[in-house]
Design a protein around this ligand. Sequence first.
Ligand code: SAM
Ligand code: DTB
Ligand code: SF4
Length: 329
Amino acid sequence: MSLATFAPTAPDRSGGALRHDWTREEVRALFALPFTELVFRAAEVHRVNFDPAEVQVSTLLSIKTGGCPEDCAYCPQAAQYDTGVKAEKLMAVEAVLAEARAAKAGGATRFCMGAAWRSPKDRDLDKVCAMVEGVKALGLETCVTLGMLEGAQARRLKDAGLDYYNHNLDTSPEFYGEIVSTRTYQDRLDTLDAVREAGINVCCGGIVGLGEQLEDRVGMIVTLANLPVHPESVPINMLVQVEGTPLSGKPKIDAFDFVRTIAAARITMPESMVRLSAGREEMSEEAQALCFLAGANSIFYGPKLLTTPNPGRDRDMALLDKLGLRVME
Ligand code: SAM
Ligand code: DTB
Ligand code: SF4
């Protein structure tokens, strides 16, 4: 294909040219571009919609760790895999607020709380709502990821002041069954609908490096970009391989293929925040810089993701400084 044959539009906020009709062929063609051309085009789209020197930072906290009944093949928190992650109870509200205060002092602007649940029980939701209210009162944006949600549960979280709900599609519809058997792709889409319907911002992305084919990365991006409204936040995770999970020890994905996925997300969802999520601990600084060039403008910040390590704050601030990037207020 000649470079001239594929010219994605570079929509801007005023033009309203957001598309929801991406074809697999078009997105396949993006992935097939020479690496530098793809990154260049993504960088162009990034500049039209954002200040490319700004990076949003969110801090994660696992408020309920381990013992999860689901079987997501990548996840160290699934009870059926022997990963060394101990099952814990839901944290106390005060303990969560103490962590949120520390995250704020460390420079985070969003606090994301994750629970290893299939879906929340109503009495658990009472406590999570109290956490959301408390974190919000500290002046932080709030995000939770609690598994599948019904409409009424989403509305309760909205009333508590929740800003974002994270629920990932993880991969393409056709590869999904190889990775998770305990809930369907449609279950995930239904939860996303419930969240959207409740008026909560959607944070939805996936994982690269699960053993998927290029076509699955294409399928994942097309599904995300063709949701009725683009997720406000799109986390692209590089699989963190954890011993004891079925995906541990599988061949690792090439960093350039990860960057390509970031670029495709940026081009197809031009106004969304694209988060360079899990996997940075093992990624070179140069690969991370390429992700920022390809349109990533958000990271998880702080030394731990949910159960696995993330670069320390000093290291990340030094990297942003070296690259001349700054934290988005
Ligand atoms: N239990 C809830 C759920 O799955 O809906 C919320 C927490 S779950 C840990 C949130 C997301 O983290 C998963 O959907 C997956 O995309 C990502 N994730 C989990 N383990 C990961 C790993 N080892 N590497 C990369 N991403 C991972
Ligand atoms: C997302 O897309 N990535 C985060 C967050 N949403 C909740 C989770 C990454 C988890 C990595 C494995 C762990 O630390 O347990
Ligand atoms: Fe449970 Fe979420 Fe891990 Fe799946 S990703 S096993 S639902 S904690």
